[in-house]
Design a protein around this ligand. Structure first.
Ligand SMILES: Cc1ncc(COP(=O)(O)O)c(C=O)c1O
Ligand SMILES: Nc1ccccc1C(=O)C[C@H](N)C(=O)O
Length: 403
């Protein structure tokens, strides 16, 4: 290294140390179990392990299942877990109690939400608008839901979605944050535009819940889904959730009316009668082991405000971009994540040549992010357990790879 670059590195490391020392959320890292020596920037794919989950899971298996057996459905609160945990995560997405039910995968909840939305929409409307850059599962499920309900999928760039909404639009499916670019879409404005056009909105919150304020109730979103294994740290394959705004619950007609969504499941009647509230979004028997692991994982949020998390997330991503500019030779990477705070989620995506190999090299050097085809290095910043020194080390390591 030249003297100049040594000075730059010393300066950035000192700045990182100052920022970490002043960070009111830094202590939260103790709520997680992370391996030493690793910079983990992939919490937007699989969140880290919260400290209490291993013990809770052991208790659920050994005592609740092993000893209490079938009694646990009542005595250990298994039966009501989907609603209880829905209410526990609801504040993180700006939802009042009674509107969020946990269970199934995001894909399955998308299916329920989209067909449910089509059935709520005013008759005669023909279009299902879908984010053209969406994570693939949303597009696949939307195609199938459209075929089943007689709608036609119209792909739209979310920045122009409002202009595409008209009197033929039945349903609008958008991502709050784009998984590849990290672009944050304007949920308040797009929801308002859909409402003005008389359409029903379905938001995919996978990349925003737990990273930034969502405000589902405040912005009068109709339906939303999301996963819990990214910023909510629920664990691999943790159950997803479905939000059904209170005003739509009576009219929500699930395309998967399983016995768990019945008004009186144990009456075992031949005819389906939907339960009241978000419970009608349930399908079959909940995955209790994963679900109770998620419940324990959400304790990591005790006393934490999403607004503070957002402020730190923006500071982290700003600092990472500054470090990348300082360490990586000009022209080798290009950020595809908007610089503007109002349009940025909690990740930085850098386009580069040979991105797959570059990410492999970063991981080999202890900096874990991920690669998204065709040419994106993705770095997720999870403010509960990532600090400024992590951002500096990640950028410096990237610089060494190109250096
Ligand atoms: C935006 C988005 N939607 C949906 C999913 C996945 O859905 P599922 O939980 O069904 O795998 C992901 C990531 O896996 C995602 O990023
Ligand atoms: N569920 C997974 C299982 C295995 C590997 C990745 C995922 C992801 O969640 C990917 C994520 N949705 C993404 O934005 O790329």
């Amino acid at each position: 290294m030249s003297d100049d670059s040594t000075d730059i590195a010393a300066d950035l490391r000192a700045r990182a140390a100052e920022l970490d020392a002043a960070d009111g959320l830094a202590k939260l890292r103790e709520r997680f179990t992370l391996p030493d020596g690793v910079v983990y920037l992939d919490g937007n794919s699989l969140g880290a392990l919260p400290a209490g989950v291993a013990d809770t899971t052991a208790d659920v298996v050994a005592r609740q299942w092993g000893e209490l057996l079938i009694r646990s459905w009542d005595e250990s609160g298994w039966w009501t877990a989907p609603e209880r945990i829905g209410d526990k995560l609801a504040p993180l997405i700006g939802a009042a109690p009674g509107q969020v039910v946990v269970g199934d995968s995001t894909s399955v909840n998308l299916f329920k939400a989209l067909v449910g939305a089509a059935r709520l929409a005013a008759p005669g409307r023909t279009k299902l608008l879908v984010d053209a850059a969406t994570f693939p599962t949303d597009g696949y499920i939307a195609q199938s839901a459209a075929r089943m309900t007689g709608l036609t999928v119209v792909p739209v760039d979310p920045s122009h979605a409002a202009e595409a909404m008209d009197a033929d639009t039945a349903v609008v499916l958008l991502n709050h944050v784009d998984y590849r670019s990290g672009r944050l879409h304007d949920l308040p404005a797009l929801t308002a535009a859909a409402r003005a056009a008389g359409a029903i909105t379905v938001w995919d919150l996978c990349h925003s819940a737990g990273a930034l304020p969502v405000g589902l109730d405040a912005h009068a979103v109709d339906l939303a889904v999301g996963c819990t294994y990214k910023y909510l740290n629920g664990g691999p394959g943790a159950p997803a959730y479905l939000y059904i705004a209170a005003r739509h619950q009576a009219g929500f007609d699930s395309p998967l009316p399983g016995w768990n969504g019945h008004a009186d499941p144990f009456a075992m009647t031949p005819a389906f009668e939907a339960a009241q509230g978000a419970t009608r979004g349930r399908v079959g028997t909940p995955d209790i082991l994963s679900m109770l692991a998620l419940e324990s994982a959400l304790d990591a949020w005790d006393g934490v405000s999403v607004e503070d998390v957002r402020a730190k997330s923006l500071a982290l991503t700003d600092f990472f971009l500054e470090c990348v500019a300082a360490y990586v030779p000009q022209g080798r990477v290009e950020s595809v994540t908007p610089a503007e705070h109002g349009r940025r989620g909690s990740q930085i995506s850098l386009r580069t040549e040979n991105a797959r190999e570059v990410m492999g090299e970063l991981i080999a050097r202890g900096v874990i992010g991920d690669f998204r085809a065709p040419d994106v290095l993705r770095f997720g910043f999870t403010p509960l357990y990532v600090g400024f020194a992590d951002a500096e080390r990640a950028a410096r390591t990237l610089g060494h790879i190109f250096g």
